[in-house]
Design a protein around this ligand. Structure first.
Ligand SMILES: O=P(O)(O)OC[C@H]1O[C@H](OP(=O)(O)OP(=O)(O)O)[C@H](O)[C@@H]1O
Ligand SMILES: Nc1ncnc2[nH]cnc12
Length: 218
């Protein structure tokens, strides 16, 4: 990707992961516009904790960002600016950290919020999607009836690492008939760059400049 295209991509805080032909295209930003100045503050407010929760993991901790209302607001605003006017009917947040950003985005764009929960948390009838983790499996559940067939949905989480969690969320929503427009995460880990199986979706993420935060650079 050339420098001009990089700047443009960063400006709309978008990462085109793979073939995006099937999803509505956001308005392309003007070429060579400056990187959003809010991104550095967001990046700086995320703490990287080595070897948590286990040896070898560089844990991206968003809690310091939450202690800074201005930065927290910047993070939400960037997503709201991107998704407002895209006829999104529902924001689906992934437990637990998608519950921090998702509802704020949903309220601001006038969408309903759907919690995608870990097993045995929802009291009603659920549909479930199991996914593979590095060690073992996990599962996301959603209430039956939370989504109407054809509704446009944005999936929100704090971070994409392998993409396994997001893929499970996409499968769950699509099984319920949703039209998944995009996935939005604050942080993308480099490993994710090699994953091309989030087919025909785009991942909206912030563009980090601090390589120590194991962040995405496109
Ligand atoms: O891209 P992946 O490899 O699937 O990993 C990303 C997921 O991992 C983290 O959640 P976690 O599973 O730790 O759950 P928690 O938020 O409940 O702690 C993070 O908040 C994402 O949901
Ligand atoms: N490096 C990481 N930091 C925070 N949450 C994660 N979930 C998966 N990998 C993670």
């Amino acid at each position: 990707m050339g420098e001009e295209a990089k700047a443009a991509a960063a400006a709309c805080a978008e990462i085109a992961v793979t073939d995006a032909a099937a999803v509505p295209k956001p308005t392309p930003p003007p070429a060579a516009v400056a990187v959003d100045p809010r991104l550095q503050g967001i990046s700086d407010a995320i703490r990287v904790v080595p070897h948590f929760p286990k040896q070898g993991i560089m844990f991206n901790d968003i809690t310091p960002l939450l202690l800074r209302p201005g930065v927290f607001k910047d993070a939400v605003d960037i997503f709201v600016e991107r998704y407002r006017g895209m006829a999104i009917a529902a924001v689906a947040g992934i437990e637990a950290r998608g519950f921090i950003f998702g509802p704020a985005i949903a309220l601001a764009i006038g969408a309903k919020f759907i919690p995608l929960r870990k097993p045995k948390k929802l009291p009603g009838e659920v549909i479930s999607e199991t996914y593979v983790l590095e060690y073992g499996t996990d599962c996301l559940q959603m209430h039956v009836g939370a989504i109407e067939p054809g509704e446009r949905v944005l999936i929100v989480d704090d971070l994409v690492a392998t993409g396994g969690t997001l893929c499970a969320a996409i499968r769950l929503l699509e099984r319920a008939g949703a039209d998944v427009v995009e996935c939005a995460c604050l942080i993308g880990l480099p490993k994710f760059k090699e994953c091309t199986w989030l087919h025909s979706l785009q991942i909206a993420s912030e563009r980090w400049t601090d390589i120590d935060k194991s962040a995405v650079h496109y």
